[in-house]
Design a protein around this ligand. Structure first.
Ligand SMILES: C[S@@+](CC[C@H](N)C(=O)[O-])C[C@H]1O[C@@H](n2cnc3c(N)ncnc32)[C@H](O)[C@@H]1O
Length: 321
């Protein structure tokens, strides 16, 4: 419920062509101003002005990250509700909507290509790179603690890279599948798994933002240092949730919020870490809940804090496929 003045403001903000298109795009997930500008084909100041109006009226939320800002639909309140109601009523073959969706897909594909090119370049040195400035040993010990001696029938490792998680967790699954979009990373993972004699894990080429349901139903899903490569990590959580057994668990490891812009400009990162509230929101939207969050400051005092989240199905969630 909201007072009539608030509702008039919300309606005024939503009642304009470009702003309705923006709401529709944000209904598909979070986006940076940069991407929205590219998709709409309008100038950045203009798009920013529209977004500010929508944010002031409570229709969208703004999340500043370093030099970028990400926008998403407001979670609750009259604004968020009205935005979802409106977007759900846009004709499936509306020409603006179809064009914006096609451009969004093209923008995502271009980003994916950039990330793939980066990982193709660093694949050989990844096992050395991945240990830099992060409390690797403490995090891996915490992952094993979280697994607590359980043995999963099926473990999925999303964004498996060189397969380190498949190696670490080998005693804790009967069968595992690692998925990654980089052929170069997967070639190294295959060689490593073979050398370690791990025969019950396989790796496959795939996009974890668009997972194949035939992968099966997993009791454990691991997403280790992957979500920060996505503009919209919530999308990956939604995909993981589809493949999670009712009593299953998702383990996520990622950086806490930081301000190291060079990771974005030189190392293909999209998000400068992930905050507790952000993860809780994405989890909620995917029908999951955060069961535990642990933080690990950098081992040598300099560097980034790493977080470990344990996510479980939320029986009270209103998620629908
Ligand atoms: C930082 S590496 C982490 C690899 C591994 N989990 C680890 O901790 O060593 C991120 C991995 O995510 C993969 N990746 C990025 N976007 C992806 C996507 N859309 N689908 C599948 N894999 C993706 C990259 O190819 C890369 O191997």
């Amino acid at each position: 419920m909201a007072d009539s003045g608030t509702l008039v403001n919300v309606l005024r903000a939503a009642g304009e062509g470009t702003r309705l298109r923006l709401l529709a795009l944000l209904c598909d997930g979070e986006h940076s101003v940069k991407d929205l500008t590219e998709i709409l084909g309008q100038s950045q100041p203009r798009v920013s002005r529209h977004l500010k109006l929508l944010a002031d009226a409570g229709l969208v939320s703004r999340n500043a990250e370093g030099a970028w800002a990400y926008y998403g639909l407001a979670e609750g309140g009259a604004g968020g509700d009205l935005a979802r109601w409106l977007v759900a009523r846009i004709d499936a073959d509306d020409s603006d909507r179809a064009r914006d969706r096609a451009r969004l897909a093209a923008v995502r594909a271009a980003q994916q290509e950039q990330a793939a090119a980066y990982f193709a370049k660093v694949a050989d040195s990844w096992d050395r790179l991945r240990q830099l400035h992060v409390p690797e040993e403490a995090v891996e010990a915490a992952i094993l603690e979280a697994v607590d001696g359980r043995v999963a029938d099926l473990l999925l490792d999303l964004g498996t890279g060189t397969g380190r998680m498949l190696e670490l967790l080998a005693p804790h699954y009967r069968r595992a599948v690692g998925i990654d979009s980089s052929r170069e990373m997967l070639a190294i993972a295959r060689a490593k798994l073979a050398a370690a004699g791990i025969g019950n894990a396989q790796v496959r080429l795939g996009d974890i933002a668009d997972l194949d349901a035939s992968l099966g139903s997993a009791d454990l899903i691991v997403i280790h240092q992957v979500l920060h490569y996505f503009d919209d990590p919530g999308r990956v959580l939604g995909q993981a949730r589809r493949l999670l057994r009712a009593d299953g668990e998702i383990l996520i490891v990622d950086f806490a919020p930081h301000d190291l812009e060079f990771l974005r400009s030189h190392h293909a990162h999209r998000r400068l870490g992930i905050g507790a509230q952000q993860m809780a929101g994405w989890a909620r939207a995917a029908g999951l809940r955060v069961a535990e969050l642990r933080s690990f400051p950098p081992s040598n005092g300099a560097g980034l804090t790493v977080c470990l989240w344990r996510l479980a199905n939320d029986p009270d969630g209103n998620w629908t496929e």
